[in-house]
Each structure stands twice: as C-alpha cells, then as structure tokens.
Write a protein that binds this ligand. Structure first.
Ligand code: SF4
Ligand code: SF4
Length: 360
C-alpha cells in the first residue's frame, strides 16, 4: 500500500481524438532508443482492436480468487506494428513518397472506423490509455526479479531498470498491455506518470497538453481535488476493466451523450442511444448505468436551475482548476531513488534505432 495515490480522471465526453497527448508523451519520453513502437499514452477508437491489437483479450490480471492469470506477450510486428518512417530526403529528387517498411498494423490503424451502419446507428468514441498505476499491479506480481515497485509517496508504479533482466513476465501480467519491452537495452519500460514533473508540482505532459481539457490530476485522498470529487464524492468516474482485478487509479467519466439513431426512413428514434449499454458495461462495469443516469440528471438540473458543482467541474478548462499537485509535498520524501528518469533525462543509450526484429 502506498501512503497516498496520485490519480487521473479522463472525461471521455470531451476527448476529440486529436492525439496531442500521445505526441506530448512521445516527444518527451519515447521517441528513440528502442522505444519507437512504445506509446505510453495512446488514444484508441472504441470499438476497435486497440493498441496493441486485441489487448483486452490478451490475459494477465487476477481472477476473482486473486490469482494471477496467464497472459500473452503481444507480437511486435503483428500486434504493435513495426514503426516506419518516410523517404522525406528523396522527395526533392522526384521520388515517390513511401514508407520504409510495408506496414501491416500500427497505432490508430482502425481510427474512427467504429461500428454500426452509417448513418442510422454507427458510433465510436475515443479512449486515451496510459498505465493505470494500479493498486494491485499485475506487472509487479508477475515479475520474478522484484524489479517493479510502487512508490510509497504517490503510488506511481515504476520499473527499476537495474534489476530488470528483460524476462517480460510483466508484459504478460499486465491486462492493459501498458508495459513494453525495449529491445535495444533488453529491459521493460512503461509510463512513469511524469514523476519528475509531478515532483515539481507540474502535471504529466499528456494532461498539460490536452486540447480537450479532459484530464484531471490530483491525489485521491485530497478532498479538494477534482479527482477526489469525481471518483469519491460524485462517483461518476470509473476504472477501465476493473474486472481484471488490478485496481486501476486512472478513472473515466463514461460517454453519455451520443446522438439518437435514425430509423430506416431517416427519422430520429426518440430516446435511443447509439452507444450500446452492454459495451459501456463491458468497459466500466455495471455501475456505469447509474453513472450515465446521474450525469444526465445533473445535466438537466443544470439546464433548469443553472446550478451544479459536478457540471462546473466537468466543464472546467483552466489548468489551475483541473490539476491539484503540491510540489512541496514531495520535499518531505526521499525522492533519491530515480531508476528511470536519469536514463531518460541524461539521454543515455542514444544509438540510432535502425532495425527491428520480432522479440518472440
Ligand atoms: S496498468 Fe499494467 S503496467 Fe500499469 S500498473 Fe497496472 S498492471 Fe502494471
Ligand atoms: S489531447 Fe486530450 S482531447 Fe486530444 S486525444 Fe488526448 S485526451 Fe483526447
């Protein structure tokens, strides 16, 4: 157990799928050195295959008895896709613009495809995903080297790269497939919740750059934080796939306002929802139905009376209203154990990444 838990809430009603968060993370942490295929933050279209492909049925996590479940390590080529580049240098010579590999899969391969029949009942929405910094991490339980730990001061889950031997049990054990193997250094790496920023009172880069202003960041036990209010006070933010048993600390406000469907004559079917209830239940559990009702009731209340603290929180867009991080808090802790950030910040292992071989 950690003393405190840093958490994030993402309001899926506000995500526009712009991938700014993805780029913010990628340019800060994973654009080099065997991390090219890694997306510590990715935004996938739901329904869709996700990234890596079919992560939801790749095993890991815990069963109802608390036993760690077997999981698979996604295939680098088939499930992540080999990262590719383009022949920019040759364009001025009149060459055709083309990728340097034959891509068959990659992040956002099925972006905006969704499901249903256009225009009557088609739908999709976006799900941004980062490591959930779980309270019961499958990655940590699976590691035979005790190389994964959860920080006492804020519950951030990190890999000690000195201890990691690249066995990759953690990847199989994480049901979200949010831990990645770096073939250049033969270690596993993952989202670090931007702890070097957080320790200075700054939010993670994905949250700071979010165009849709969907992300709230704070400590779960801080009653004045928006994450506390959304998760515990109003109970409208739910973890993704809590049935995996890892107790995630990234929470989602589910999508509540899909347009109505059309009948075969193109007329609106009053009271219909494009997003099937069973899909929301699969992602967010049975409590999602009560959450959707509460949010809709609150929207009506706000329209009628103009009053609603919950809606005021959800429509906030100023960063000082969305993040509550006290940099001074970290001064009271020993933050000297920094197994990850020094390698990133110092730019070690900077050999150019040129070839990519499947890791299994
Ligand atoms: S999401 Fe996966 S990698 Fe992150 S803490 Fe949970 S089990 Fe570990
Ligand atoms: S930056 Fe924000 S709005 Fe854009 S895709 Fe990421 S989470 Fe969604």
């Amino acid at each position: 157990m950690s003393k405190r838990q840093l958490a994030m809430v993402m309001d899926l009603n506000k995500c526009i799928g712009c991938q700014t968060c993805t780029v913010a993370c990628k340019t800060q942490w994973t654009n080099r050195n065997g991390r090219e295929y890694m997306y510590w933050n990715n935004v996938e279209t739901y329904p869709g295959e996700g990234y890596p492909k079919k992560w939801q049925s790749s095993g890991g996590g815990f069963d109802a008895a608390g036993d760690l479940q077997e999981g698979v390590i996604p295939d680098l080529e088939a499930d992540y896709g080999i990262p590719w580049d383009y022949n920019y240098d040759e364009l001025a010579l009149g060459k055709q613009f083309k990728p340097n590999v034959e891509p068959t899969w990659g992040p956002n391969w099925d972006e905006d495809e969704g499901a249903g029949d256009f225009p009557n009942d088609n739908y999709f929405f976006y799900i941004p995903r980062i490591c959930n910094h779980c309270s019961n991490p499958g990655c940590l339980s699976a590691c035979p080297r005790d190389a994964i730990f959860k920080r006492e001061q804020d519950g951030v889950v990190l890999v000690d790269l000195d201890r990691c031997q690249g066995y990759r049990y953690c990847i199989a054990g994480c049901p979200y497939k949010k831990i990645y193997f770096n073939p250049k250094i033969s270690k596993s790496e993952k989202c670090i919740l931007c702890f070097p920023r957080v320790e200075k009172g700054l939010p993670p880069a994905c949250a700071q750059q979010c165009v849709g202003r969907i992300r709230f960041v704070g400590f779960l036990d801080d009653e004045d934080s928006q994450v506390h209010k959304l998760v515990h006070k109003y109970k409208v933010a739910l973890p993704l796939r809590s049935d995996y048993g890892t107790e995630p600390n990234i929470f989602y406000v589910p999508p509540v306002a899909s347009p109505a469907k059309f009948d075969k004559d193109g007329k609106i079917i009053e009271g219909s929802d494009r997003i099937p209830k069973e899909e929301l239940e699969k992602l967010f559990g049975p409590d999602v139905h009560g959450v959707v009702k509460n949010l809709r009731d609150e929207m009506s209340k706000r329209k009628e009376s103009g009053e609603s603290e919950l809606l005021d929180i959800l429509i906030s867009f100023k960063q000082q209203e969305m993040f509550r991080l006290d940099g001074n808090y970290y001064h009271h802790h020993d933050n000297s154990l920094k197994p990850v950030d020094e390698r990133y910040l110092l730019g070690k292992n900077t050999a150019k990444f040129t070839s990519f071989k499947a890791v299994h």
